[in-house]
Design a protein around this ligand. Structure first.
Ligand code: 13P
Ligand code: SF4
Length: 327
């Protein structure tokens, strides 16, 4: 049965205490979900912060790979994903080896063929084709893919991670746009997987031109999951946490926000004297929006949906994450 907003919030707070839980919400979550969360942030930041608490239960308002990261960092705790079917389509675009990816080639994408791989090509296949080439996996990957990787990266540190490796060539998965951005900023050769985030990949130069025309004094911030031609038009290229820092520190008063619109909640809340405009109003991740107050309540009430990475996968995935964190 649907419950009123206030009574749901109250019940969530009661259950949270009872379960000794922390509620963590990604920056792309609905406003009302971010409002009740104990912490908001990017996925890795949240998993790290939750691991540092003394909670028994981590309620992750995000998508599946994020809950997996929390499970990798907090193996002794119960990790709940608030919406069972919230997955990241980009993370699902690459399979580790045994299983098959959901996607292979991408109709409508006309960029260099070196990015196109046949259906059923997996990370193990690409490793076999480029022996001795280290794999850098974006945190937006499954635990299995992380476990097949040498090191992880975030959208903020991809270049630093690539530069830290002794090899002159790297394999970057799964985001072709993040790879293109990294390739532009390093002298190393970057072999990319052909994955993409449909929320960011849909942006076209005309969207930037329209937004700039509507807000001529605004600074344009773009997330590196956007295509390279968009990033080249930006005043700042940053992860969601990077955008929050940039907007707070900048002297500018107006900003065009080139990422999922959920970030506007914190940008506006933390900078009440500044104006923020979405680059496109349809930059909405449906999977992030699957979490609602009702699903947070159900999650705590029923202790569902538990995400637990097997010890075998966790050990190797943790190595790749730890190597990045040690930089
Ligand atoms: P960050 O919050 O790490 O910038 O990630 C963006 C994203 O797409 C998460 O799904
Ligand atoms: Fe995945 Fe993009 Fe949604 Fe992030 S915004 S969860 S990368 S589909």
């Amino acid at each position: 049965m649907e419950q009123s907003h206030d009574s749901l919030v109250q019940k969530i707070q009661q259950l949270k205490k009872q379960r000794n839980a922390v509620i963590i919400a990604h920056n792309y979550q609905r406003d009302e979900v971010q409002a009740i969360a104990d912490m908001t942030g990017d996925s890795l930041e949240l998993s790290r912060k939750a691991a540092a608490t003394d909670c028994d239960v981590i309620v992750f308002c995000g998508v599946h790979f994020m809950a997996e990261s929390a499970s990798i960092l907090s193996p002794g705790r119960i990790v709940l994903l608030t919406a069972a079917d919230a997955m990241c389509p980009m993370a699902e675009m690459i399979g580790a080896g045994v299983e098959r990816p959901l996607y292979g080639t991408f109709p409508g994408y006309k960029d260099p063929p070196k990015y196109i791989y046949p259906v059923n090509y997996t990370l193990r296949d690409i490793k076999r084709d480029y022996p001795g080439t280290p794999v850098v996996s974006y945190v937006n990957t499954t635990a299995e893919v992380k476990a097949e990787s040498d090191i992880c990266c975030t959208s903020a540190n991809v270049v630093e991670v690539i530069e830290s490796l002794p090899e002159g060539r790297v394999i970057c998965v799964p985001d072709r746009n993040l790879s293109a951005w990294a390739a532009k900023n390093t002298k190393k050769e970057v072999i990319s997987w052909d994955g993409y985030c449909h929320v960011h990949d849909r942006v076209r130069p005309v969207d930037v031109e329209n937004a700039r025309a509507a807000h001529p004094n605004a600074v344009f911030m773009a997330h590196p999951e956007c295509r390279l031609n968009i990033l080249e038009m930006a005043d700042s290229v940053a992860s969601t946490s990077g955008m929050l820092r940039f907007a707070a520190a900048a002297g500018a008063k107006e900003f065009i926000v080139g990422t999922e619109i959920g970030l506007l909640y914190r940008l506006r809340k933390e900078n009440p004297d500044k104006q923020f405009y979405p680059l496109r109003k349809d930059m909405v991740c449906p999977n992030m929006k699957r979490t609602t107050l009702q699903s947070v309540y159900n999650s705590l009430n029923e202790m569902q949906h538990v995400v637990k990475v097997s010890e075998e996968i966790r050990e190797t995935a943790w190595k790749a994450l730890k190597r990045m964190l040690s930089l």
